[in-house]
Design a protein around this ligand. Structure first.
Ligand SMILES: CC(C)(COP(=O)(O)OP(=O)(O)OC[C@H]1O[C@@H](n2cnc3c(N)ncnc32)[C@H](O)[C@@H]1OP(=O)(O)O)[C@@H](O)C(=O)NCCC(=O)NCCS
Length: 368
């Protein structure tokens, strides 16, 4: 048994998966009444990846998980816990984490899902870290994976332009306190539950009722303007809480990796925290809002591009449906880059929309 007071968790490896198919703003100009200029100026997003026929949240989660294990140099049998965060489950029963367990070969892992929308990955890390701190497991995997395109209403111009698909996974291992994750905080305020929601598909409006589908209930709906304001306030406050709790001044943070929802939200938070744009990592321009996959996708990219380096002090922050928000301060950045996205397979994106093209990676520090 570990000494619980001397332990934390560190990221031993990171793996991601983005579907090959891309939807650009030009594609949306053909689908709804919008323009590239409007989308870029209001959100900062230019394109997003979406799953194709034959792909699902499980296929991309498995790919990301395998890459994370390879990056960490751990064998599947070493993984004792899988916490998978998703708002777009493979199917209601059983849990998506259980569905993908065989494909990952993690036969010794206890598997469960959590639902915390866009904060899901950081919630999952928090949960897995508790298992590590108590000594119950030594090596855990967390995955944030989403196929939001399957629940996006491609007739609603205010939401459809925002979302993309993707998956990111991390292998967490025990580390001495003072390394790895230094501090984290979780919050929930269910009074905002109707700000971002998918009303249909559950117990209240089951998916097996035609009227619910006709009323477009199993699609993502959002009160964008109100969400925007709450997001800025809640992320700023939780970042301040975590920095104060860790005894770290904002100017000591090497890199801020926020949930990639909207460039203007990120800019407003950075300004309030006093974090300069060059210390904020952005990749939403080419992935859009991928919910629980957002943070690991951005982290992996930042490492591969040499922006995030071993020993850096990193501030991660997310918010999402519920409303949930989470913040985490970490250092200690091990692992080899894992490249290539492999083959993956289906999407409810309108026929003919988007295209598949060879991977072209762009990312930058924020010119906000
Ligand atoms: C969705 C969002 C980009 C909309 O931007 P906004 O500046 O708030 O725009 P509004 O909703 O006030 O709408 C302004 C106008 O633009 C229109 N509009 C909405 N979407 C549009 C689109 N894609 N193209 C063109 N016009 C659009 C609206 O219909 C409205 O028109 P009106 O004034 O004639 O009624 C913005 O609210 C947002 O990003 N919110 C946060 C969303 C988010 O991050 N959610 C995920 C959290 S995890």
């Amino acid at each position: 048994m570990h000494d619980r007071h001397a332990l934390t968790a560190r990221i031993a490896g990171l793996g991601t998966c983005l579907p090959d198919k891309i939807l650009t703003n030009k594609d949306f100009e053909r689908m709804v009444d919008t323009s590239d200029e409007w989308i870029v100026s209001r959100t900062g997003i230019r394109e997003r990846h979406v799953v194709s026929e034959g792909e699902s949240v499980a296929t991309i989660a498995v790919e990301a998980g395998k890459r994370a294990m390879a990056d960490a140099g751990v064998e599947p049998e070493e993984i004792e816990l899988l916490v998978l965060a998703t708002a777009t489950v493979e199917q209601p029963i059983p849990a998506t984490s259980a569905i993908i367990q065989p494909a990952l070969g993690i036969k010794n892992a206890t598997c469960f899902d959590i639902a915390a929308a866009c904060s899901g990955f950081l919630y999952a890390m928090h949960v897995a870290r508790q298992f590590i701190i108590t000594g119950e497991v030594k090596t855990a995997m967390v995955i944030g994976a989403e196929t939001l395109s399957r629940y996006t209403d491609y007739t609603d111009r205010a939401t459809c332009i925002l979302f993309g698909d993707g998956a990111g996974a991390a292998v967490l291992q025990a580390a001495p306190a003072g390394e790895g994750i230094l501090r984290s905080a979780l919050h929930t305020d269910g009074t905002y539950a109707d700000f971002i929601q998918m009303p249909g598909g559950g117990s209240k409006y089951p998916p097996n009722v035609k009227e619910h589908i006709d009323a477009r209930l199993p699609f993502i709906k959002m009160r964008g303007n109100e969400t925007f304001k709450v997001a800025v306030r809640s992320i700023t406050e939780v970042c301040q809480e975590v920095l104060a709790g860790a005894g770290v001044a904002a100017d000591k943070v090497d890199l801020f990796i926020p949930h990639q929802a909207n460039l203007r939200i990120i800019a407003a938070v950075g300004e309030r925290l006093g974090l300069p744009p060059e210390k904020t990592y952005l990749n939403l321009e080419h992935v859009g809002n991928t919910s629980s996959a957002s943070i690991p996708l951005a982290m992996r990219e930042a490492i591969d591009r040499g922006v995030l380096k071993r020993g850096d002090l990193v501030l991660l922050a997310a918010f999402g449906g519920g409303l949930t928000w989470e913040d985490r301060l970490r250092l200690s950045w091990p692992g080899q880059p894992v490249r290539g996205d492999g083959e993956r397979p289906r999407g409810e994106v309108p026929r003919g929309a988007g295209r598949v093209r060879p991977r072209r990676r762009r990312a930058r520090r924020v010119p906000l």
